[in-house]
Ligand binder design. Structure first.
Ligand code: DC
Length: 218
């Protein structure tokens, strides 16, 4: 089992960018678990699954499905879905379906397998609490609601998507409420996670904070 740096937090707190760069700096692999949930949700939508669908139907729909990463791209049964999973709609369905036990069970082993032969930086909502409770280092990245909405807005704009600041704000608010209040593996700060508020910090400052905490207790 490799070393795991586990990073959780709400949407728009900057987890992906920070995790990717920390992984690069330390020579670790980067595991974007949100991408796994987004790809699974895309598949379930295509299979006409709905929020109300029973777990047994969802499990059946996911049977034999392979989601993996190659050269930083995300593949759903060999189809490159890297762009398709980045829309606000895909994020919405990822949040909806991620509350289902069948989906979380389906993705659990894939996530743990990523650390079997590699040191990884894993980011998501339950990395520190459920998937890697014994992680080498744990972090919780947070930011004000306004700061998170702004970051999400800029990210989607940069990808060329049509979105207003109000829509970005509604997206993070709605998803975080659902992700934090669900019964299974809700988003919450682990007692032993280092909390970093990224609202007023630059990307470099956040990375320095994380690296400082990693080095301090090495
Ligand atoms: O990090 P993201 O925005 O790409 O995640 C999309 C959704 O997937 C998020 O709203 C909740 C879900 N998710 C989850 O439940 N657990 C994770 N470890 C990662 C994401």
């Amino acid at each position: 089992m490799g070393k795991v740096i586990a990073i959780d937090g709400p949407s728009g707190a900057g987890k992906s960018t920070v995790s990717k760069l920390i992984a690069e700096r330390l020579g670790f692999e980067f595991l974007d678990t949100g991408a796994l949930y987004r790809a699974a949700a895309l598949h379930l939508k295509r299979m006409n699954m709905r929020e109300e669908s029973p777990d047994a139907d969802i499990s059946r729909a996911l049977h034999g499905v392979v989601i993996n990463f190659k050269n930083g791209r995300v593949f759903l049964n060999d189809e490159d879905v890297s762009d398709a999973i980045r829309t606000t709609e895909a994020g919405h369905y990822a949040s909806v379906f991620s509350a289902k036990k069948a989906v979380r069970d389906f993705l659990l082993q894939t996530q743990r397998d990523a650390a079997v032969h590699n040191d990884i930086v894993a980011e998501g909502r339950d990395m520190t609490t459920v998937v890697f409770p014994d992680a080498w280092k744990k972090f919780f990245l947070d930011a004000s609601e306004q700061g998170r909405a702004k970051r999400r807005y800029l990210q989607l704009k940069e990808k060329g998507m049509k979105i207003t600041m109000e829509e970005a704000s509604a997206d993070v608010r709605e998803r975080d409420k659902r992700d934090s209040s669900r019964d299974i593996a809700p988003l919450k700060k682990a007692d032993d996670a280092v909390c970093i508020d990224t609202t007023d910090l630059s990307l470099n400052e956040v990375i320095e904070e994380v690296l400082k905490a990693v080095n301090k207790t090495q």
